[in-house]
Design a protein around this ligand. Structure first.
Ligand code: ADP
Ligand code: MG
Length: 833
């Protein structure tokens, strides 16, 4: 049994607001009795671990920053030393009463902390290691509470693969595995579970127009099945194509790369991929195309019968993305007319039956997979800071478990992953040669492609690979060699509330089905272990059975516009696995009407059709359209193209804090939009130079992507005649930054009227008949925040935002102040009246 601990010596002394300096003392080890009371993972009652109750008041690392004190960890009287009490009195810690009154849930506490992380970039979150002045970072397996090990929770064993670790048979198997890995790619293809079923699968596909395929992750569905189809003649020597959809870009690109290797062709020729803003295929040559589900959806616009395809595989259908759900509806619709088209739906077990019923009880083909047993460990009490908990667990595994056996950690997004990586690297750096080497490999959607492939690289000897992944590694990517999974049990999810018309990206607990999938990743090459950073009680009582399909928690405007443009008239009878509420549908139609994509009768307008043509959200398309054609604001298409393109990549523009980079670029700027414009223009002026980016702390690769997006949007604008119309407007426009900026603001109002907030007595609030009245705050990372707070600019009555983020407050990001109070009403009268 592995125990997790932060052993920190105390005798605390306040160093500054954030760090508590700890004097070095010999460390004692203590045994932590298990806490038996069942505590909710989201228990608003702060919980104190046994270690914090000991007389020498050793306190966990979690209690060592003021930040965490302020986010709800309780300080019980006996745990607080004289000095600390003094600090509390001085206001360094919350009072007992404050703690008692604190009714926040663990979720809120965590979110607040995440927010602080985003805002406060100071080194408050560091873990200090041996010999550091502050406190020790020690791995001591005899101390503290840890994980439960629950033998009942061993995942189902299958066949002879379930041999116990350590037995001869197991070692032999390991050896075999090793040998297998050394075999050529061609040979290893034959070792995949689907290979045994090749002929059976092909026969079943021949006999059925639609088939559901279910199989363990890593059994070869994504990489092998399409190749079998090619071998079986489904592409008729290049006459037809096979499309395989993926919910995520990373999966589409990395699988395409793998398959092109297996088929020994150049990526982009016979095998290619299409993701938004990037098409790596060759017309008349590509026969197998991996693509995001959203891209196939768009293909319906130009080719409603998908006539160039002989076979469509909807992969990872159990993820139930909005695009996948719509795709299966559209496919069901065209199947009677496309008798020769084969549809394969690949799904994890959880949804197979539902899909089968949807397609008139089509057959389910089950590929028995191999999976070794996985021990599940739970924490004995809820963890307030799962990142810290994950880091400790990583080092604990690393220092106590024999090498060979990589670790996979599920985090929620890029920021979190990068932060964890920095933390790990720092600790590893400090520990130096005391521990075996770590190979830290992140994987998330925005990660540059050349770095993505690192997760598949073989771990060098005397080294352990740590994969920090989003839930992309849950089922869509198979990473060999993972033996340990660390699962905080969270996922980032869109959530849309029709009544307020707000979409928020929230970090929420994931479903039972998800955490079980995640655990399964540890048992692919041999018996594994999964460490869940939540309690068993929480698993049993708090987690939803299944994730909620995206169609039930998202704004449907874009999809509805697409369906209308495809000629779907009756939205209510369109075949769907789960129907969205009438309220959500109505709200979406209303949004489209406000944008001018629909007329008052609910039919799609010419503008609506045009919006569909753009490979970006209709709101952005509207901005571009207005900037070229609206008499009030035309002539600024070029600027709007730049800003819109930049807004697609805001998460990865800067190296380091945005504030620092932006001050290098421009001394004063009125909005985030203007900042993005300035960055791109300066970069373009430098002849798109890499050095300029380095000097100004901007990511070169990101700007290259922005340039690519801009080119595509620009081509589309040209095709639709917007460029010509823009030139007419431009001619009458004197060259003045202010004027251009004003016009840009107006163009953005026409695209995002729903995102305008109004200044009231309590700060900014959302406006609109139904969705008004929500208090929002400008995110501290915004230029506008700095202007208002630090430079004391007078706040504008209206501000337009691009992103609403929920943490402890509703924060708006990427803000554009509307300098004239009358503009909203002027530009979108039917909304602001
Ligand atoms: P499934 O779709 O059934 O989950 P895949 O077809 O994705 O399985 O993977 C089959 C096998 O191919 C995996 O077990 C893995 O060994 C190998 N594989 C898949 N993708 C890659 C990759 N990008 N690099 C190296 N090996 C890969
Ligand atoms: Mg797959």
């Amino acid at each position: 049994r592995v125990r997790r601990t932060y052993e920190v010596d105390s005798g605390t002394e306040v160093q500054n607001d954030n760090t508590i300096k700890v004097e070095e003392k010999p460390l004692k080890s203590r045994y932590q009795p298990e806490v038996t009371t069942k505590k909710s993972r989201y228990n608003p009652n702060p919980i104190i671990s046994q270690s914090e109750k000991t007389n020498d008041s050793k306190r966990s690392k979690f209690l060592h920053t003021n930040r965490l004190e302020s986010t709800g960890y309780t300080l019980q009287d006996e745990t607080v030393g004289q000095k600390q009490r003094h600090d509390i009195l001085k206001g360094k810690f919350p009072t007992q009463q404050a703690v008692k009154d604190d009714k926040r849930t663990r979720q809120q506490i965590w979110e607040e902390q995440q927010l602080e992380n985003a805002v406060v970039k100071e080194e408050t979150d560091q873990i200090h290691v041996a010999n550091s002045k502050e406190y020790d970072y020690v791995f001591d397996t005899d101390t503290m509470i840890g994980f439960t090990s629950d033998n009942d929770d061993i995942l189902p064993e299958e066949g002879e693969d379930s041999d116990a670790a350590g037995s001869d048979k197991y070692l032999l198997k390991q050896l075999e595995n090793e040998k297998a890995r050394l075999l050529s790619i061609k040979e290893s293809r034959k070792l995949l579970p689907v290979y045994q079923y090749r002929d059976e699968l092909l026969k079943s596909i021949k006999d059925n127009q639609v088939m559901i395929i279910v199989g363990e992750t890593g059994s070869g569905k994504t990489t092998q099945l399409p190749q079998y189809l090619i071998e079986d003649g489904y592409t008729q020597e290049g006459k037809f194509q096979i499309a395989v959809t993926q919910p995520r870009r990373v999966a589409a690109t990395s699988v395409a790369k793998r398959v092109s290797d297996e088929m020994e062709v150049i990526l982009g020729q016979e095998v290619g991929y299409t993701i938004r803003f990037e098409d790596k295929t060759t017309p008349n040559k590509t026969i197998l195309k991996y693509m995001t589900d959203g891209m196939l959806l768009r293909e319906f616009l130009s080719d409603p019968m998908l006539s160039k395809y002989s076979c469509i595989m909807i992969d990872e259908a159990h993820e139930r993305t909005l695009a996948t759900d719509i795709l299966v509806g559209l496919l069901k619709d065209i199947l009677p007319q496309r008798k020769d088209l084969k549809v394969l739906i690949s799904s994890a077990t959880m949804n197979a039956k539902k899909f089968s019923e949807f397609f008139n009880d089509c057959p389910i083909f089950n590929v028995p997979g191999r999976r070794y047993p996985v021990d599940i460990h739970y924490t004995l009490q809820p963890e307030a800071n799962y990142i810290q908990a994950a880091i400790t667990t990583i080092f604990q595994i690393h220092t106590t478990q024999p090498l060979s056996g990589d670790i996979l950690v599920f985090l929620t997004g890029q920021e979190e992953i990068e932060k964890t990586r920095d933390n790990l690297e720092e600790i590893a750096g400090r520990l130096g040669s005391q521990i075996p080497q770590l190979m830290i490999t992140p994987i998330y959607a925005n990660l540059p492609q050349e770095q993505q492939s690192r997760i598949f690289q073989k771990t060098p000897p005397n080294c352990r690979k740590i994969v920090l992944a989003t839930n992309i590694a849950e089922t869509s990517l198979t990473i060999d060699g993972i033996k340990y999974v660390i699962d905080p049990g969270y996922v980032k999810e869109n959530s849309y509330v029709p009544s307020t018309n707000m979409t928020q990206l929230l970090t929420v607990p994931c479903s039972k089905a998800s955490v079980d999938q995640r655990a399964g990743r540890a048992g692919r090459v041999g018996p594994g272990k999964c460490f869940r950073l939540f309690t068993k009680w929480s698993f049993e009582n708090e987690l939803e059975l299944m994730p909620k399909p995206e169609i039930l928690r998202t704004n449907l405007s874009h999809t509805i516009l697409l369906l209308l443009s495809l000629g779907v008239k009756d939205l209510l009878s369109f075949p769907l696995l789960d129907k969205p509420s009438i309220q959500a549908l109505a709200k979406s139609l209303e949004n489209l009407y406000i944008l001018g994509a629909l007329n008052s009768k609910g039919t799609i307008t010419q503008l609506g059709e045009m919006m569909c043509e753009f490979p970006c959200e209709p709101e952005f398309a509207k901005v571009l359209y207005s900037s070229a054609t609206n008499g009030e604001c035309n002539g600024v298409l070029d600027e709007c193209l730049t800003v819109v393109s930049m807004l697609h990549e805001t998460t990865s523009i800067f190296i380091g804090p945005k504030k620092e980079a932006s001050s290098r670029i421009v001394s004063e700027v009125s909005s985030d939009h203007a900042l993005y414009l300035e960055i791109y223009n300066q970069w373009a002026k430098s002849n798109y130079s890499r050095t300029w980016c380095q000097d100004h702390k901007v990511q070169y690769k990101t700007l290259l992507r922005v340039r690519n997006i801009r080119n595509q949007l620009s081509r589309c604008s040209k095709k639709l005649g917007l460029v010509t119309q823009n030139e007419t407007g431009r001619k009458n426009l004197p060259v003045s930054t202010d004027l251009v900026n004003n016009r840009m603001v107006k163009a953005f109002i026409t695209g995002f009227p729903m995102n305008v907030v109004q200044l009231g007595t309590t700060g900014y609030r959302t406006v609109g008949k139904t969705n008004g009245g929500l208090d929002v705050s400008i995110h501290p990372s915004s230029i506008v925040f700095q202007n208002y707070k630090e430079k004391a600019h007078k706040p504008c009555k209206y501000v337009l935002y691009q992103q609403l983020m929920l943490t402890s407050k509703e924060f708006i990001r990427d803000c554009l102040p509307i300098t004239h109070d009358e503009w909203p009403l002027e530009m979108v009268p039917h909304f602001f009246k």
